[in-house]
Ligand binder design. Structure first.
Ligand code: NAD
Length: 468
């Protein structure tokens, strides 16, 4: 689609600084064009048989699998995470397509025969209309796929706005969709840009539903503005994730989980564990092993096989993260592992894995999302102080969060289950993917039918009164 009077943003590879692309920053005019295409495509697409829509997804699943490495390389080049991590991310996107292709089953409605004499009641699920999703930078392939396959499986048409920091992977996906064929024009639409294009989506009267994933402040803003415009909205924001280590934890496995959670994707996952609470005697063995293994991690370009931790998304993000480390130290934390200038990559958008010990719950570093490879350690004498009960079950029952891992470092639910945090991490009511996706992408229509047959009196109002 041609863009109209757009600004251009230069996009660099965070690992090398190499210029990757010039990204158009579109505005409301591009949103208008995308909405017009999506509206025009809607009547035919919502009328396609559910099985045909599911079959298209089956076919496209094979395309994604055949291009898994190419997509993963694109993720690493524009976002920085290691190639292995990027490949796993594409695997998650494929899993979303698999879950969405169950739509002939999941989109079924309900029927009750004989709600009154010769009266039946049935609820259908129908598409919501034109749906849009706005994505963050940290999962260039997966997060858009929390929405795209479910939206079109349910018969909606769809507009995607990827992060302007990582637009290339979705461009590749859309090229693959185009080459694969089988989708009428206008069912899927891509717009690039940042704030202006987001506002264009939030205000557009031709868009019926908006899904957002990004930082907490923008999630709240998106939720409020889109809801005020009468849209269905789900807005998933940032998070602060805590890991509790009990004295009887299996230390080597636990440390592996903590390292994967805190430093994987250079700490730029919404579910990155950023505070570890060591309970009682867990403290010494945990710290010894954690520090040794963290120091052994190698920092570098995610395309190099030896790399454990890639760059952060930009030099601006690096400076923000370094600011958090300084703040932690200034408030009294001890820098146990200092990643401020990793020896292997002293320049560029790199922050090495960092551990701050002696953090207390009142410190800002213990409360705010850092979104970088920085792990804070808090010590608690007892389970109660660690916010938990005497056992995992009690913790699971009492803790007020949306997702929990038990011996799992990154407890991201698989595609068949809903995904979201609670409280300040989420605005809306229906979570992403799983059964909630079908709820979000459909609206219910209930039909009550009365059937007359021979022998009826033909009287509409009965002695019991009108039952309608
Ligand atoms: P971000 O909020 O900066 O950007 C997200 C999207 O919003 C982008 O597409 C961007 O163009 C747009 N945007 C940014 N500022 C805007 C503004 N002022 N007005 C309108 N639109 C705006 O987030 P990010 O830095 O790309 O992503 C990282 C954040 O996303 C972290 O906080 C992370 O925890 C969160 N995240 C949350 C989840 C989740 O499931 N809850 C998943 C992934 C990432």
């Amino acid at each position: 689609m041609p863009t109209i009077e757009t600004e251009i943003r230069l996009l660099g590879n965070p690992a090398t600084g190499e210029l990757l692309a010039r990204v158009p920053l579109s505005g409301a005019a591009d949103v208008d064009a995308a909405v017009a295409a999506a509206r025009a495509a809607l009547p035919a697409w919502r009328s396609r048989s559910t099985i045909e829509r599911a079959r298209w997804l089956f076919g496209f699943r094979q395309v994604l699998e055949a291009h898994q490495d190419e997509l993963a390389r694109s993720i690493t080049r524009e976002m920085g995470k290691t190639f292995a991590d990027a490949r796993a991310e594409v695997g998650r996107a494929i899993e979303m397509v698999e879950a969405a292709s169950a739509v002939p089953q999941t989109m079924q409605g309900r029927v009750l025969e004989n709600v009154a004499t010769a009266v039946d009641c049935e609820t259908f699920r129908q598409p919501v209309g034109v749906c849009a999703a706005i994505a963050p930078f940290n999962f260039p392939a997966m997060v858009p796929f929390w929405f795209l396959p479910f939206a079109i499986a349910c018969g909606n048409t769809f507009i995607l706005k990827p992060s302007e920091q990582v637009p290339l992977t979705q461009e590749l996906v859309f090229n693959l969709i185009h080459e694969h064929g089988g989708l009428p024009d206008g069912v899927l639409n891509l717009v690039n840009g940042s704030r202006d294009v987001v506002n264009g989506i939030l205000d557009h009267p031709g868009i019926d539903a908006v899904s957002f994933v990004g930082s907490a402040a923008v999630a709240r803003y998106v939720y409020e503005r889109a809801a005020a415009a009468g849209k269905r909205v789900q807005a998933l924001g940032g998070a602060k994730n805590f890991m509790v280590v009990m004295p009887d934890a299996v230390i080597d496995k636990t440390v592996g989980n903590i390292i994967g959670s805190a430093f994987g994707a250079a700490g730029q996952r919404c579910m990155a564990g950023s505070v570890v609470i060591a309970v009682g005697d867990a403290k010494r063995p945990l710290l010894d092993e954690l520090v040794t293994r963290t120091r052994a991690l190698s920092v570098g370009d995610g395309l190099e096989q030896s790399t454990d931790v890639g760059p952060v998304i930009s030099c601006q993000a690096r400076d923000r993260i370094l600011g958090w480390i300084e703040k932690g130290v200034a408030s009294g934390a001890e820098l146990l592992v200092d990643g401020r200038r990793p020896a292997s990559r002293p320049a560029g958008a790199y922050v090495g894995p960092t551990i701050l010990d002696g953090v207390t719950p009142d410190m800002e570093i213990a409360q705010e999302e850092v979104f970088g490879p920085v792990l804070s350690v808090i010590h608690a004498d007892s389970l109660d102080e660690a916010e938990s009960g005497a056992a995992v079950r009690r913790y699971r029952h009492d803790v007020e969060v949306g997702m929990i891992g038990v011996n799992v470092g990154v407890a991201a639910p698989v595609a068949f289950f809903p995904f979201s945090g609670w409280k300040g991490s989420f605005f809306g009511d229906l979570h992403a993917h799983g059964s909630d996706a079908v709820e979000f992408y459909t609206r219910k229509k209930t039909v009550t039918s009365r059937f007359f047959s021979g022998g009826e009196t033909g009287r509409f109002f009965t002695e019991q009164g009108d039952r309608s």
